[in-house]
Write a protein that binds this ligand. Structure first.
Ligand SMILES: [Zn+2]
Ligand SMILES: [Zn+2]
Length: 133
């Protein structure tokens, strides 16, 4: 595990993955709570961080950057990793992406892929047409 102060991005990644965040400010042994402040429609998540032991409070939020969009190679890689039960990350900012399964009238699986740090989102049929599996 890393020591010292986490960068904002590290904190964001830990919060989105529900990983424990240890406080460590001035040797504080506390654990930081991360509360998701986002609305369901938000492309970018905001977390309120709070250490109950020392009262430290902060807030981490993504940095919206929608261009350039993910290209097919990036999507294919993320789909492959998802298929292998690994955690795909956004190639632009290394944030774990989320696969959200969506209702599809054609009874084929459909996913929305979302990075809640940069706000990129896309929808893909499942399995992706480029994938030969
Ligand atoms: Zn603390
Ligand atoms: Zn991203």
């Amino acid at each position: 595990m890393s020591t010292g102060h986490d960068t904002t991005h590290r904190l964001f990644v830990k919060a989105i993955q529900h990983e424990g965040i240890s406080c460590g400010r001035d040797g504080c042994p506390g654990t930081v709570d991360a509360i998701d402040q986002s609305q369901t429609r938000d492309r970018i998540k905001t977390f309120e961080l709070h250490c109950e032991s020392c009262g430290w409070r902060s807030r981490v939020t993504g940095q919206e950057q929608l261009a350039p969009p993910w290209d097919n190679a990036a999507l294919e890689l993320m789909a492959d990793e998802h298929l292998l039960h690994q955690q795909p990350v956004c190639p632009f900012d290394d944030t774990p992406v989320v696969f959200i399964s969506m209702p599809n009238p054609r009874r084929k699986a459909k996913y929305r892929v979302a990075c809640f740090y940069c706000g990129r989102q896309t929808e893909m049929e499942w399995p992706p047409p480029e994938s030969k599996r």
